[in-house]
Design a binder for this molecule. Structure first.
Ligand code: GLN
Length: 289
């Protein structure tokens, strides 16, 4: 067993073990906070304390699993998103910080374009863990949020997250916008973080992603753009005369998806927005305003 007693020694051991194996060295800190039930600031204030043997044992096992490629979120069972804790498992994409920027972009546009008393119907396509739909519902009580996913197993996870966090969201099992088209439902806002990775790029992804997250949430066909193409056919059938479309996109896809939106909605104001790392990551269209 690894030779250490104190918290700071455990962190030092973990970060060098993780670094040597090409994993994020900050994971040790996350895991210790998790097993000790402490915030990061509490952990840093207790660096000289000794670790209990059982915590030490769990920690060493978890660091080993991380080195073997298991996502730390699967070991802990959750990821933080927009200030809340979302349960995750291998059936859902682990929410990414970039997607918080998509949620933020949707909320700020709604604030700017609608009055505070209107009821606004939103559909999030590709539910996953429920990160987007649940966050939107909790951040703005005006929103009437529904979300569609093709996989029942993902909806189960998202539904549990909605219940635990007290969000009112309608969950629909189905293929993209088909259930809404069939029901004749019209919405004000369509938001989606669809699978957008080109097929041939999958082999280049880290094992942490490609072997542990659902490929159905990652791969967007040969060029990664399959789902955006389908959206251009289906969104006009569900969007009201005035509406917002918000997509997350992969690096280098921003201008292509923006152009698709300009063709589908000639009078739209379309905007490509970079994420905090300066990568094109979101495309927004404001239509009919
Ligand atoms: N951002 C994810 C990744 O890089 C991909 C998410 C998606 O395809 N929508 O792993």
């Amino acid at each position: 067993m690894a030779e250490f007693q104190k918290i700071y020694e455990a962190l030092k051991w973990a970060s060098s073990f993780l670094r040597e194996n090409g994993r994020d060295e900050n994971i040790g800190e996350l895991l210790l906070c998790h097993y000790l039930g402490m915030s990061r600031s509490k952990l840093l204030a207790e660096l000289r304390e000794e670790l209990d043997v059982d915590v030490k044992e769990k920690f060493v096992i978890a660091v080993g699993e991380t080195v073997a490629g298991i996502p730390v979120q699967h070991i802990m069972g959750y990821e933080e998103f927009y200030g809340r804790r979302f349960l995750v498992n291998e059936e859902v994409l682990i929410p990414r910080p970039e997607t918080e920027e998509l949620v933020q972009g949707v909320l700020s546009r709604i604030d700017g374009l609608y009055t505070a008393t209107e009821s606004i119907k939103v559909v999030d396509v590709g539910t996953g863990s429920g990160a987007i739909s649940v966050s939107l519902a909790l951040e703005n009580r005006q929103l009437d949020v529904m979300t569609v996913d093709i996989a029942k197993a993902s909806i189960d996870v998202a539904q549990e997250n909605a219940e635990r966090l007290g969000a009112k969201v309608r969950f629909i099992e189905g293929d993209l916008l088909k259930p809404l088209i069939e029901e004749g439902v019209k919405v004000d806002v369509v938001v989606s973080n669809p699978p957008y990775i080109p097929e041939e790029d999958i082999s280049t992804l880290s094992t942490v992603v490609k072997d542990h997250e659902p490929l159905r949430a990652l791969v967007g066909g040969q060029d990664g753009l399959d789902f955006y193409r389908r959206f251009m056919e289906e969104i006009p059938l569900v969007l009201k005369e005035r509406g917002i479309v918000a997509f997350e996109v992969g690096i280098g896809q921003g201008e292509i998806v923006a152009e698709m939106l300009r063709v589908a909605f000639p009078d739209a104001k379309v905007e490509v927005v970079n994420d905090i790392n300066g990568k094109d990551r979101m495309v927004f269209a404001e239509i009919g305003f």
